[in-house]
Structures are given as structure tokens and as C-alpha cells.
Write a protein that binds this ligand. Structure first.
Ligand code: HEM
Length: 483
């Protein structure tokens, strides 16, 4: 007995019915077919979960069955045949690789060691905004935030900094853009294996191969630079330094770290971080600018707590010292309303199983619609309102965090495949926001109303804000602060 679902056509199944944004489309379907529904995309069976109870069933109770990933064509190509963490199917290899990365690259101590990079880049961004503020220039905040996160992660991962507008930076941005487009493209191989050869004829495979080759030579070039004995490196080293060091060590794993492993991990660190952190920060600022009362409260909190410290800019130790509960509630509320990965990263069943009395075949593609759960009116009062207070005043939600323990709010996923980068992500988001709010007052450009700021999502796995967030900033003056 399969779960209910929309009727499809022979051969193509429901492929022709899909509508972007996919999470909203799935939410509408769940009204008709219930919290768990089934469809077919070509020859691939697909299960979609849309309620907190079903999410808990998949991500916790039966996590061991639902914790693999589909080996789709683009995932295989970009990850050196699934040698990374995020796209690798569940296996002994994935368990060992994830352990190596969480222990050596993403531990709290390691994230802390990258603090000077985050603070330096935020400080550079503050200077740029200050300049634009002094000439009343409209700021494309989406672009600025994207540049900030990309630069932070480039320095953390590759030990490289690209100046905005430089030739190197333009080449790098082109590579990123081509990579993202090719990864989210449609390939017959994934849904109609029998006619997968069409991907060859249309040149899509050659294009994907070309992009992967360009990335490979990019990784190789920076790895070679790191191997140069004359290179001066920072005290703690970047991700490449750490991985090259690990290559020399006995890791207790069934594999030895070689160049392809290192390149696959670099791909993961860069692409799992940059886009997600930038999208999250952009949605938070969008929410604040659309809700000036909340913005004012968040600014009052940070200004009251930090202005006695007479700081030119907020540093991470200030945030740790004062806690900023209201700002944290703002982050949770924005991540609830505008989920960055609304369907997580797709999962795949490892074997045949039963869920809620329905039979699910092995190798079913599984989407957990965490956006639908976080906006479910049965769970959340007035979910369409932006109300950080719900995390401070409602007893049930005060202790709620984002670590995947609570199946009503899971922006970082949950279970074995939950995001291992949460500490790095939140450290960056908090630092950028704290400075935005402490140092500047924000408004919409002349002739615009806050209602004019749209909240449309661009298509794709990451729910980007479709149109850039354009704003004006005014430097906030503190009479007793040395600026
Ligand atoms: C605000 C920023 C971020 C958000 C919203 C986010 C969200 C997510 C989500 C939803 C997943 C899928 C979880 C699941 O399937 O249950 C994931 C996986 C992952 N994330 Fe993040 N992430 C963020 C930042 C980062 C950062 C900074 C890193 C650091 C490298 C990172 C590394 C990863 C990796 C490696 C996985 C795959 C885990 C696995 O399959 O075992 N993420 N992330």
C-alpha cells in the first residue's frame, strides 16, 4: 500500500506537474493528499513529508533507513564520485569521512580559530557600508552579504582572498555561477536511465565535465601553492593546511586521504557554507527591514548592552559576553519563516520500509518539507507573522534551539545527516547581523515603501531571495564611543 499522491502520466510520472518554489507546491499538495504523499519523477519513486510527526519518523525514528543520499549525475561528478560528506550515500566511508571533518574542520575549537578572519571581513564590509552611507548611496545588501560570506569561506577553506572586481574574482564568480547552474540542471540520466544518452547528445555531460575540470584545476592550483615550502601560512592554517596535514597522519580510517578526497571536501566546505550563510543573512535583514518595530528592539538590545563597552565594531567576544537573546530570537524566527534549505538536502531510502502504515520501496527519493512544518498553523500561531517574541515568551519555545532536537523547527536538518556546520554558520550570521544593527540605521531607498520589498524565492534547492535587497544605511552615532 503506497501513500496517496497526485496521479501522473505513464513514463514521465508527475514530472510535468512540478512547480517552483517546490516547497510551496508540495505544501499545497499536502492539503489534498495528507502529510505524507507519493509521486513519481520519471522512473524514480518520490516520498514527500510535510508534517512534524512525519519529519520525526524520517529524521529520528527511522533515520537509519532514510539517511542515504541519491547518487544523481551532477552530485556524482562534482564530488569526485561521492567522496565528499553531503552527497555521499550512507556507508562506512561516509561515517568515517564525516567524523574526520567534524573532528578536525568543524569542531567548536576550529571554528573559533577562524574568528580573526570573520572579524576582519566584517570590519572591511562595515567600512564599505560606511562609505556608501556617507554618500546616501543605495546599497545592494544581497550582493554585499554574498561577497562577505564568499570571502570568509575562501579564506577559511583556501587561504585566499579575492578583491571585489578583480580579474581573479570575476573568474572565480563565473566558475561558481556555472557550477550552480549545472548542478541544478535537469539530466535524463537521473529520471529516465534508459534514455540517459540524451544528456550526451545535448552536450550537458560535456558541459558538466568541463566545469568539474575547471574546478579541479582551481583546487589543484591552490593545493600546489599550499605545498610550496616557502609559503608563509597563518598560525592555525586553513582547511587545505589541515587536510594536507591529515594526509600525513594515521587517521584510523579504512582509507588514506588522497588528493581527490581533499578536493571533494573542499567542494563541500565551500558550497555548503557560502550560499546558505548568505541566503540566511539576507532573509534576516529582509525580515528586519520589513518589520521596523522588531528592528528597533533588536538595535536597542545590542546598543544598550554594547555601547558601554565603547566599541568601534562588535566582536565575537562581545556577543559571547552579553548573549543577545532578542537577536537570537530574530535569527530563529527568520530561519523559521524563510527556510534556507526548505526541503533539506534530498535523502534516499536504503531499503524497503513501512511508514505510517504505507510501504515505501528501497531507493525512494525523500523530501522532508521542513518549511511546511515551520509554517504549519497547527503548530505555530499566526505563522505568517514575523514575531521573534514567540521564542522568548512562549514557555514551550524558550529552550528551542536549531540543532535538530525539535521537530517543529529544523533549518539545519536532523539526525545522522544533520548539518555539521551549524556552529560555523551561526558564528558568521550573528557577527554580521550584530554589526549591521549596532552600527547602522536602515531604511528602504527613497520612493519605496517597506511593503514594496518582496519575499519571492528563486527556484532551486537553496531558497534565495529572488530580487536583491536594496536599502540605504545611516551610520548610528554614539556620543561616548570612540569611532
Ligand atoms: C546558515 C547556514 C547553513 C544552513 C541553513 C545549513 C543547512 C543544512 C541542511 C538543511 C543540511 C541537510 C541536513 C539533512 O539532510 O538533514 C545540511 C547539510 C550539510 N551542511 Fe549545512 N547549513 C549551513 C551551513 C553550513 C556550513 C557553514 C557548513 C560547513 C562546511 C555546512 C556543511 C554541511 C555538510 C557537510 C552537510 C552534509 C551533512 C551530511 O550529509 O552528512 N553547512 N546543511
Amino acid at each position: 500500500r503506497k501513500p496517496p499522491g497526485p496521479r501522473g502520466l505513464p513514463v514521465i510520472g508527475n514530472l510535468h506537474q512540478l512547480k517552483e518554489p517546490l516547497h510551496e507546491y508540495f505544501w499545497r499538495l499536502s492539503k489534498k493528499y495528507g502529510p505524507l504523499f507519493y509521486m513519481k519523477l520519471g522512473s524514480r519513486p518520490v516520498l514527500v513529508a510535510n508534517s512534524s510527526r512525519m519529519a520525526q519518523e524520517i529524521l529520528k525514528i527511522q533515520d537509519i533507513i532514510f539517511c542515504s543520499r541519491p547518487a544523481i549525475l551532477s552530485f556524482r561528478k562534482i564530488s569526485y564520485e561521492l567522496l565528499d560528506i553531503a552527497l555521499s550515500p550512507y556507508s562506512e566511508y561516509w561515517r568515517e569521512m564525516r567524523k574526520v571533518c567534524t573532528l578536525h574542520l568543524l569542531s567548536a575549537k576550529r571554528v573559533q580559530s577562524f574568528r580573526p578572519i570573520r572579524e576582519d571581513e566584517v570590519s572591511r564590509m562595515v567600512q564599505k557600508i560606511t562609505l556608501k552611507a556617507s554618500s546616501f548611496e543605495t546599497i545592494n545588501l544581497t550582493e554585499m552579504i554574498t561577497f562577505l560570506t564568499s570571502t570568509i569561506i575562501c579564506r577559511v577553506a583556501f587561504g585566499k582572498r579575492y578583491e571585489q572586481g578583480s580579474d581573479e574574482s570575476k573568474r572565480f564568480n563565473r566558475l561558481i555561477h556555472e557550477f550552480q547552474t549545472a548542478v541544478s540542471d535537469f539530466y535524463f540520466t537521473d529520471y529516465f536511465p534508459l534514455i540517459g544518452w540524451l544528456d550526451k547528445i545535448t552536450g550537458k555531460i560535456a558541459n558538466l565535465d568541463r566545469i568539474c575540470k575547471e574546478w579541479d584545476s582551481f583546487y589543484q592550483q591552490i593545493i600546489d601553492e599550499h605545498l610550496d615550502p616557502d609559503r608563509s601560512k597563518s598560525r592555525d592554517g586553513d582547511v587545505i593546511d589541515i587536510l594536507l596535514q591529515l594526509r600525513e597522519e594515521e587517521l584510523g580510517t579504512s582509507f588514506r586521504l588522497d588528493m581527490d578526497h581533499i578536493k571533494a571536501v573542499l567542494m563541500n566546505v565551500y558550497f555548503a557554507s557560502t550560499d546558505t550563510i548568505a541566503t540566511t543573512t539576507t532573509w534576516i535583514m529582509t525580515s528586519l527591514i520589513k518589520n521596523p518595530v522588531v528592528m528597533k528592539k533588536a538595535q536597542e538590545e545590542i546598543r544598550a548592552l554594547l555601547s558601554q563597552r565603547k566599541k568601534e565594531m562588535v566582536e565575537e567576544e562581545d556577543i559571547m559576553a552579553v548573549g543577545l537573546p532578542y537577536l537570537n530570537a530574530v535569527i530563529k524566527e527568520a530561519m523559521r519563516k524563510y527556510m534556507t534549505l526548505p526541503l533539506l538536502v534530498p535523502r534516499e531510502t536504503r531499503e524497503k520500509c513501512t511508514i505510517d502504515g504505507f510501504e515505501i520501496p528501497a531507493k525512494t527519493l525523500v523530501y522532508v518539507n521542513v518549511w511546511a512544518v515551520a509554517n504549519d498553523p497547527v503548530i505555530w500561531e499566526n505563522p505568517e507573522d514575523f514575531m521573534p517574541e514567540r521564542f522568548l515568551e512562549d514557555d514551550r519555545r524558550i529552550s528551542m534551539d536549531l540543532k535538530g532536537q525539535d521537530f517543529e523547527l529544523m533549518p539545519f536538518g536532523a539526525g545522522r545527516r544533520g548539518c555539521p556546520g551549524i556552529t560555523m554558520a551561526l558564528a558568521t550570521v550573528q557577527l554580521a547581523l550584530a554589526n549591521f544593527l549596532y552600527l547602522f540605521d536602515w531604511d528602504v531607498p527613497d520612493g519605496m515603501k517597506k511593503e514594496d520589498i518582496d519575499t519571492e524565492c528563486a527556484p532551486g534547492m537553496t531558497s534565495h531571495k529572488k530580487n536583491p535587497l536594496r536599502v540605504v544605511a545611516k551610520k548610528h552615532t554614539y556620543s561616548d564611543v570612540i569611532m
